[in-house]
Write a protein that binds this ligand. Sequence first.
Ligand SMILES: O=P(O)(O)O[C@H]1O[C@H](CO)[C@@H](O)[C@H]1O
Ligand SMILES: O=c1cc[nH]c(=O)[nH]1
Length: 234
Amino acid sequence: MTFHIGAKPGEIAETVLLPGDPYRARWAAQKYLENPVLVNEVRGMLGYTGTWRGQRVTIHGSGMGMPSLSIYATELMKDYGTQTLIRIGSAGALQNEVKVRDVVLAQTASTCGSPSRSIFRELNFAPCADFALLSAAHKAALNIGVPVHVGGIFSSDTFYDERQDLSDQLQRHGTLCVEMEAAELYMLAARYKRRALAVLTISDHILTHEALPADQRETSFGAMVEVALEAAFA
Ligand SMILES: O=P(O)(O)O[C@H]1O[C@H](CO)[C@@H](O)[C@H]1O
Ligand SMILES: O=c1cc[nH]c(=O)[nH]1
C-alpha cells in the first residue's frame, strides 16, 4: 500500500493503462480484461487488474492534470515496479486534419510547466514516447483501421484556455492536440527508466468546436484501448 494506492504487493501488473477518468478504468477493465479484480479505490481512483490474452494488465485512473498523474505514476513505478505505462486519454484537436474520434499517438509533449519543472530549472527537457511502444501502437492502429496521427501534442495545466496566442503558436508549429498529462508521464518514465506512451482519442475540436456526444464516448474510446493493449504486448 502507498499513500494513494491501496493494492497489496503483487496486485498491480507490470503493464498499466492510465485513463484520467476512474470510470473509464472500470469500463475498459470490464470490457477488455479477463477476470478484472478491483485492486484500488482510495479516493475513488479505481484500479483493476486482470489479464488480456493471458497477459497481466492493470487499468488504473490517473486523475486530471499532471500533479495527479505524477502521484499515481510515481507510486506505480517506485512502489509496485510498473515497467510499462500507457495513458489512454481524451484530447482536443488543434489541426484541421485531426478529426473527432481519431487516435493520436504522442511522439513528444510540450508543456509550459509540470511537477518536474522545479528539478529541470532552466532546462527545457524534451519528453518523448518509448519508440518501441510508439511504433507498435502505430502498427496496431493501422491494423485496426482507426485514423491515426503521430506527432507532438501539448500537455496543458488548464482545461479552460485563456491564451489564444499560445494556442495559435502551438497550432502554427504543428501540435496535433491538447490534453493534460502526457508530458509529465514521459518525464517520469525517463527518470525511472520505464516505457511510456500516450494514446489519445480526440473528443473535441478546438478549431471547429465539434465534440463527441456523451453517448458515443465509450464506443469511440474502444480503439484507443485496443491500440494500447496491442502495443504493450507487441
Ligand atoms: O480523458 P482524460 O484521460 O481525463 O484526459 C483529458 O480529459 C481531462 C479534461 O477533461 C484531462 O485529464 C485531459 O487530459
Ligand atoms: O485537455 C483536454 C482534453 C480534451 N479536450 C480538450 O479540449 N482538452
